[in-house]
Design a protein around this ligand. Structure first.
Ligand code: NAD
Length: 507
């Protein structure tokens, strides 16, 4: 495939890099199989402990220099990374689609998010503002500044193999930090491709070796970062199970973690909804990326007066979905990431039935021509109870649960009554309903939308969620503060030294 060569991807790839330099990785290798056609795309070396030691030492050294470079100059390097990504958008988007299984349009969209965060970070590089305060002491000035933090560890999930890294790394870079990225072991080649793309920019700008590092490996490699005192911030995206493990390790050493974990997102479809709009939002939210987005719509809470008619529209729309090769733009739904994900999907369907769920669109695994990878499944819809254990669980697959409500208070209670708190939406033309949903008594999620589905994010807004989603906020708004340390400075330009709180200390 042409895009692999364009991105420097070979059959065998070294898996560890400190920017421009590559190391093979001494802990064996990971094979990357495409869920699109079941083919082996390539192999990537895995970092061993000695590779890790070398990377962290190089990153620590790079930090000493990088933190002293003025932020707008760091921003200029990020601007050029954005340009390099623009030039490789088609190739990188194609690889993301082929390695992860999302549609080509979504693969390209993911690279566009990377470009957008570069633009955002460039502007930010001139806006890392601190406040100044009025001191209570005469001839004193008090202000705060934001300093670079150090080494930022980035652990990413398979479903956004490249964008999540850039959300973190581009902000961290303008903030004066250095990064060590541990990509998902399910999508290592997309990470290798990113490293190739940025290497030329790092070279051209004489960026110290170690500012942007990558270490491929599995959970154990992530655990090394979590336990390492030299990593003041660990940003981890993935399952709640992973987040709980990482958070405990980082907290035990009093480090900072930034967690972006699982979601269980709902749309409330009001009787005052524009039902055509609600249909599009629900459909894309539930089946886009084959239900493998953290913001995927997993629950529809529908007003009883429109329940039957909306269900009917939905069932009809599911009947028209085309499932197949995601690189073919006429298909709507691609494969799940691997056979384990297919098994988790089948187990969830069985559990739903056991718990009394009733499927109005049946699921199943597809076989035959075009489905040889064994990873293509049918998006399905079940009527279920809000409290069913399976409804309370995030299954990373296209299974949509329908439930009925009669009052908005009841709908909001159902929406909030899950362990996760990432994204939520209400479809309504009624101002009172919309405002109540967005109020303190409304949605408890990090993202709450009106007349837009739950899925997707836009650079500029802070992205993340509450409860078991982990509480982190990335990408937009003031998320940059995660990557810096705040220092309060007081300067006495007078001739006296008045002590705080009026304390006298006469000799
Ligand atoms: P996962 O938790 O299996 O793996 C994510 C990453 O964590 C991988 O790089 C993995 O190697 C690493 N890892 C796993 N266990 C670890 C441990 N104990 N210590 C250190 N590292 C460890 O998740 P996944 O299957 O790749 O991704 C799907 C999950 O990610 C879903 O739950 C989804 O909702 C979530 N997700 C959340 C967001 C968000 O922004 N909230 C975004 C994307 C994905």
């Amino acid at each position: 495939m042409k895009f692999l060569a364009e991105l420097g991807i070979k059959a065998e790839n070294p898996g560890v890099s400190t920017g421009r330099k590559w190391m093979q990785g001494s802990a064996g290798s990971i094979s990357s199989w495409s869920p699109v056609d079941g083919q082996l795309i390539g192999q990537v070396g895995m970092a061993g402990e000695e590779d890790y030691a070398q990377v962290i030492a190089t990153a620590a050294k790079a930090f000493e220099e990088w933190r002293t470079i003025p932020a707008p100059r760091r921003g200029e390097v990020v601007r050029q990374i954005g340009e390099a990504l623009r030039a490789q958008k088609q190739a990188l988007g194609s690889l993301v689609s082929y390695e992860m299984g999302k549609s080509l349009q979504e693969g390209l969209g993911e690279v566009q998010e990377m470009i957008d965060i570069c633009d955002f970070a460039v502007g930010l590089s001139r806006q890392l503002y601190g406040l100044s305060m009025h001191s209570e002491r005469p001839s004193h000035r008090m202000y705060e500044q934001w300093h670079p933090l150090g080494i930022v560890g980035i652990i990413s999930a398979f479903n956004f193999p490249v964008a999540v890294w850039s959300w973190n790394a581009m902000l961290a870079m303008v903030c004066g930090d250095v990064c060590i990225w541990k990509p998902s072991e399910k999508t290592p080649l997309s990470a290798i491709a990113c490293q190739h793309i940025i290497a030329e920019v790092l070279e051209r700008n004489n960026v110290p070796e170690g500012v942007l590092c990558v270490i491929n490996g599995g959970r154990e490699t992530g655990e090394l970062l979590a336990a390492d005192l030299r990593v003041p911030l660990l940003s981890a995206t993935g399952s709640t199970r992973m987040g709980k493990a990482v958070a405990a390790t980082v907290a035990a050493r009093l480090g900072r973690s930034l967690l972006e974990l699982g979601g269980n997102n709902a749309i409330i479809v009001s009787r005052d909804a524009d039902l055509d709009m609600a249909l599009i939002g629900s459909l894309f939210g539930a089946v886009g990326t084959a239900g493998q987005r953290c913001t995927t719509t997993r629950r529809l809470i529908i007003h009883e007066s429109v329940y039957d008619s909306f269900k009917e529209k939905l069932v009809k729309a599911y009947g028209q979905l085309r499932i197949g090769n995601p690189l073919d733009e006429t298909n709507h739904v691609g494969p799940l990431i691997d056979k384990d994900a297919v098994n988790a999907y089948l187990a969830a369907i069985a559990a739903c039935k056991e718990q009394g769920g009733h499927f109005v669109v049946e699921g199943g695994v597809l076989s035959g021509a075009g489905y040889e990878s064994g990873c293509y499944v049918k998006p399905c819809i079940a009527e279920a109870k809000p409290d069913d254990a399976i409804v309370q669980t995030e299954t990373f697959a296209p299974i949509l649960y329908l439930m009925k409500y009669s009052t908005l208070d009841e709908a909001i209670a159902i929406q909030n009554n899950v362990p996760q708190g990432l994204s939520s939406a209400i479809m309504t033309m009624n101002l009172r309903e919309a405002e109540l949903f967005l109020s303190a008594a409304g949605s408890d999620c990090g993202i709450a939308n009106v007349n837009i589905g739950t899925s997707g994010a836009e650079i500029g807004g802070a992205f993340g969620g509450e409860k078991e989603t982990g509480g982190g906020r990335e990408s937009g708004s003031d998320a940059w503060k995660n990557y810096m340390r705040r220092q309060t400075n007081t300067i006495n330009y007078g001739t006296q030294l008045p002590l705080a709180q009026g304390i006298k200390f006469d000799l």
